[in-house]
Design a protein around this ligand. Structure first.
Ligand SMILES: Nc1ncnc2c1ncn2[C@@H]1O[C@H](COP(=O)(O)OP(=O)(O)OP(=O)(O)O)[C@@H](O)[C@H]1O
Length: 247
């Protein structure tokens, strides 16, 4: 079994407050791993450590079994193939989905290329294929500002996918979405996992039940347990700290 990510004893200390107290977590290649846990458990902090936004005070994060991420700056981590979709929107509302993906595709090559490089046929096809994958082909020439909430979220995911990452980090990707948008997002994530491992922080238990194979539960800066949704539902500690509360 090849691991795309392994975290060993990861700790984060915010001026004396121990947000992560020794996290061990592994993501297998091609896996969709759900990370759940009550508020303040440290889920977002762990994603922040993986993508380099927050530096760990101790421990190791290994990418692809050989690259240590803990010392790398954020931009280097992106270049290694770790993509993070943040909750805060980052799309240009005055551009179309096609244009936005074109810019995201060229970003790797710098400003010069964004301004003058002409797109090859292959690049154009790559964008069109991605637009189909993220359900935005029909609105590819509309202004992004006119898209529905779910469509904007898919576009944000698309901006990460165009860079062809090996690991995609998602923080509550279905927040604010309609039922239909949630289902489509779940299907999209399954599709993404064919070429890219996915680590998802999620609070919506119906969504986790429907689309998860393996789930990791965090509590107070540590991993409490892991398993299938069926397995963790039966875990007494999980019932106490998490599922018991929300029903
Ligand atoms: N920059 C920071 N400085 C100080 N404390 C922080 C900082 N960022 C997060 N924390 C604290 O660390 C703890 C873990 O926060 P984190 O956001 O990782 O939890 P979470 O599991 O993602 O919670 P939620 O599900 O509510 O998003 C919380 O108590 C939070 O208040």
């Amino acid at each position: 079994m090849q691991l795309i990510l392994s975290c060993h004893n990861v700790m984060v200390d915010f001026s004396g407050f121990k947000a992560l107290q020794g996290v061990d977590l592994q993501v297998q290649n091609g896996e969709i791993l759900f990370l759940i846990g009550p508020n303040g458990a440290g889920k977002t902090t762990l994603l922040d450590v993986i993508c380099g936004k927050t530096k760990s005070t101790n421990g190791e994060v290994l990418f692809n079994e050989r690259i240590s991420l803990t010392k790398l700056p954020e931009q280097k981590i992106v270049h290694e193939g770790v993509a993070r979709k943040f909750q805060a929107p980052s799309i240009f509302l005055q551009l179309t989905p096609f244009e936005i993906l074109e810019i995201a595709m060229k970003q790797k090559k710098g400003l010069f290329s964004i301004l003058i490089a002409k797109m090859s046929k292959a690049q154009q096809e790559k964008i069109e294929l991605l637009l189909k994958k993220i359900n935005l082909y029909d609105v590819r020439n509309d202004l992004a500002g006119s898209l529905a909430h779910g469509q904007k979220q898919w576009l944000e995911i698309g901006m990460q996918l165009i860079q062809e990452p090996k690991l995609l980090l998602l923080d509550e990707p279905i927040a604010g979405m309609s039922g239909e948008e949630r289902t489509k997002t779940g299907e999209l994530i399954k599709e993404i996992a064919k070429t890219c491992s996915v680590l998802i922080v999620e609070h919506d238990m119906d969504f986790v039940r429907k689309f998860s194979t393996r789930v990791v539960v965090m509590h107070e800066g540590r991993v409490l347990c892991e398993g299938t949704m069926e397995e963790i539902k039966e875990n007494e500690e999980v019932k106490n700290v998490y599922l018991g509360r929300s029903g």
